[in-house]
Design a protein around this ligand. Structure first.
Ligand SMILES: [Zn+2]
Length: 435
């Protein structure tokens, strides 16, 4: 495996075997600070009992679609609740909740008209339960009228007779969001103190991941035409977010997508390609950032943006094929990278795993892409990406911050940097058989 080429002038060319992209580090081009604090002046926050800063905040539950599920804390016992009525959702705030995207990328009509999809009995039950109360019907009606106003500029009341079918997208769609309770950190002082993934406790991030995997599994179960469901987060506007309130998205698709297709082909040609790659980055190029028994984080190469990759070490390949403890361990590594990057930095989180109808398997891995720069015309023309940071610098930045976080008691159980496990075949996936 030779994916790195060093030129005499200092340019370094990196190639990623899975995405097929090439990224060049060009010396002297760096012109931005590593950490920006944003361009606006921080404004002091007024303390409120219940946050209502955006439509994803707990004060505005009725501005979002009916909840498909939520996690609540009952006397320190966490519980996933499903099929809540409109009257029940205000009874107590949810720590995390799953809702349908009000403006789906792929609408329910796509599945209905192209695949003759119809709601499952579980989805119909959920819809009937929600629409059985006057409050539920008014909630759904107000959302549908909002969509109509935005799409056709028309203001018309939707009658009960039309409500039942028009509501299908809220209960039977395959584009969901996972929302945490908080908009700002609980100890926020200014409006720059947003609640990012990295601000979560290990416990919170574990719950967040569990609810995401629960939703992912459910989308596959409810819609048999979904071949791959993408899981992703766009954090901050520079990474494509339209709202500052953290949200993870799950989008069911009827195709694999370019990168997933390449992963399947790579592992089909060489079953050990993922172990070879992690070994190449970690042991040959010393790019390990941190690891535990369940996952390893490395500074990745050849990506369009500076990227950290987190690979699962488990024998199960899809997220929902991991045990509870494996998910917890993976979640801890993923959280540590977000915490080290910091909430001020825009990033994308992308999940990769074998599609439902693939008979070649590769490990679940997540990429965290630091969106500090924007692509320009040359990338569109050539697909050549330029980075101003070398993977070694990303590794060092992450490791320095993890050590700093450790002084405040966080991530004590992780093996950081060179202290990681020197194992040539650390990923336990079997390319021919999942779990
Ligand atoms: Zn909010």
């Amino acid at each position: 495996m030779n994916l790195i080429e060093r030129c005499p002038d200092g340019t370094i060319k990196y190639r990623n075997p899975f995405s097929g992209t090439e990224c060049w580090y060009t010396p002297g081009r760096r012109h931005r600070p590593v950490h920006t604090e944003g361009t606006s002046v921080p404004q002091l926050l007024k303390k409120v009992d219940v946050e209502g800063y955006c439509t994803f905040c707990p004060k505005n539950y009725f501005y979002t679609t009916p909840e498909k599920s939520r996690v609540i804390n009952i006397e320190n016992f966490l519980q996933i609740q499903r099929m809540l009525t409109a009257n029940q959702i205000f009874a107590q705030p949810a720590l995390f909740r799953r809702i349908s995207n009000l403006f789906e990328i792929i609408s329910i009509d796509y599945w209905k008209k192209n695949y003759s999809y119809s709601l499952t009995s579980q989805q119909i039950k959920m819809k009937e339960n929600y629409l059985s109360s006057e409050l539920g019907r008014e909630h759904v009606r107000s959302l549908l009228e909002h969509i109509t106003r935005r799409s056709s500029q028309q203001k018309a009341r939707i009658e009960d007779s039309a409500l039942y079918e028009l509501a299908d997208g809220f209960f039977g769609g395959a584009h969901d969001l996972i929302l945490p309770q908080f908009h700002f950190r609980p100890d926020a002082v200014t409006d720059h103190d947003l609640y990012s993934t990295g601000e979560m406790t290990a416990f919170e991030h574990h719950i967040y991941t569990v609810l995401t995997i629960d939703a992912l599994s459910d989308i596959y179960e409810q819609n048999r035409f979904v071949r791959f469901a993408g899981v992703y987060t766009n954090w901050r506007r520079d990474a494509g977010a339209t709202l500052e309130h953290l949200h993870r998205q799950i989008l069911g698709l009827d195709f694999w997508g370019y990168s997933i297709g390449r992963c399947v082909r790579q592992v089909s040609a060489n079953p050990e390609v993922f172990n070879d790659y992690v070994n190449y980055l970690k042991n040959q190029h010393n790019l390990a950032i941190c690891e535990n028994d369940y996952a390893v984080a490395v500074a990745d190469i050849g990506q369009p943006f500076s990227t950290v990759a987190v690979f699962s070490k488990s024998s199960g390949c899809r997220p929902f094929e991991h045990t509870h403890r494996e998910v917890e361990g993976f979640s801890e590594i993923l959280l540590s990278i977000h915490a080290a990057l910091g909430s001020g930095e825009a990033c994308n989180e992308e999940w990769y795993y074998p599609p439902r109808d693939s008979d070649c398997f590769f490990p679940w891995f997540v990429l965290i892409k630091w969106r500090k720069n924007r692509h320009a015309g040359i990338e569109g023309t050539t697909r050549l990406y330029i980075d101003t940071y070398r993977p070694e610098e990303i590794r060092d930045m992450m490791i320095d911050r993890l050590h700093l976080l450790r002084t405040s008691g966080k991530f004590n159980s992780l093996l950081i940097g060179k202290n990681g496990i020197r194992e040539k075949r650390s990923l336990k996936y079997n390319s021919k058989k999942s779990s």
